[in-house]
Design a protein around this ligand. Structure first.
Ligand code: PGA
Length: 279
């Protein structure tokens, strides 16, 4: 991918000063995350193999979100590795407990060591018909239990083509964060057209959109918005990670396909860890 003028200048300033000017002002309180979303992939044996090869890094916040049946063994593999890797669920139910066959409650996630939970992923919005009202209930459930929700938002190709991206993101953010004023959540901007397609958003487009998202967050939680990590997701991989990490408003990535192999996930982590050290 061709390097944008903005990222070229930022890299130049970064090389000279050790950090970019934007990062000096705003990134101090923002954590950089590299998060794996394994979706409905991997067996127990494949998970064991992954952790045999996985190196990770202490310089960025790394989180792995395996499917539900692998949460407990993954917690054990993480403990065994001795590394500060976070564990996250891919979904949660909005009720505390009860007659909800096939669902997982927030206390169940907590019980197996989760500190994070993905909420409102576009695949759940699409296949399980989750809407902003449901997403909001789940976000409240996570915050109440002390887990950090990774709230996914993003426009479809049709919405992008009809210039409705900002409108969609605005509605999704206000919907997901209704009656919430705590800043303890992560936003993942995942344009639906970029997920699993190999058609990643350019770093410039992602950066612009993240700036817009932060401006909306300011309307919702005020100045705390400066401390909220906004991640990019959608065909992020080892080759495009450097472009994303050079942008001051991209605070990490949520990775699907490229997180399934330890080597490629490590490659992405390495890029962001390097950026963090330089900032
Ligand atoms: P992808 O998935 O990296 O395979 O595009 C990202 C996601 O859906 O979180």
């Amino acid at each position: 991918m061709e390097q944008s003028i903005e990222s070229y200048i930022k890299n130049l300033v970064r090389e000279t000063l050790g950090h970019t000017l934007g990062e000096m002002q705003v990134q101090s309180d923002r954590r950089i995350y590299v998060i794996a979303n394994w979706k409905m992939n991997k067996s127990l044996a494949e998970t064991a193999e992954f952790f045999q090869e996985f190196k990770s890094s202490n310089d960025v916040s790394v989180v792995v979100c395996p499917p539900t049946q692998l949460l407990y063994p993954t917690q054990l593999f993480i403990k065994q590795s001795g590394k500060p890797i976070g564990l996250g669920g891919q979904n949660v139910h909005w009720a505390d407990k009860g007659a909800y066959t096939g669902e997982t409650s927030i206390s169940m996630l907590k019980d197996v060591g989760c500190e994070y939970v993905i909420i409102g992923h576009s695949e759940r919005r699409q296949y399980a018909h989750e809407d902003d009202v449901l997403v909001n209930k789940k976000v409240k459930q996570a915050i109440k239990a002390g887990l950090i929700p990774i709230i996914c938002i993003g426009e479809t190709l049709e919405e992008k083509n009809s210039m409705r991206t900002e409108q969609v993101l605005f509605t999704q953010l206000f919907g997901a964060l209704k009656e919430i004023d705590s800043g303890d959540f992560i936003i993942a901007y995942e344009p639906v057209w970029a997920i699993g397609t190999g058609q990643s958003a350019t770093a410039d487009l992602a950066h612009q959109t993240h700036s817009y998202i932060r401006s909306v967050l300011k309307q919702i939680v005020g100045e705390k918005a400066e401390n909220i990590s906004i991640l990019y997701g959608g065909s992020a991989n080892e080759s495009n990670a450097a472009e994303y990490s050079s942008m001051s408003d991209i605070d990490g990535v949520l990775v699907g396909g490229a997180s399934l192999k330890a080597q490629s996930f490590d490659g992405i982590i390495k890029v962001f860890a390097k950026g963090e050290q330089n900032s």
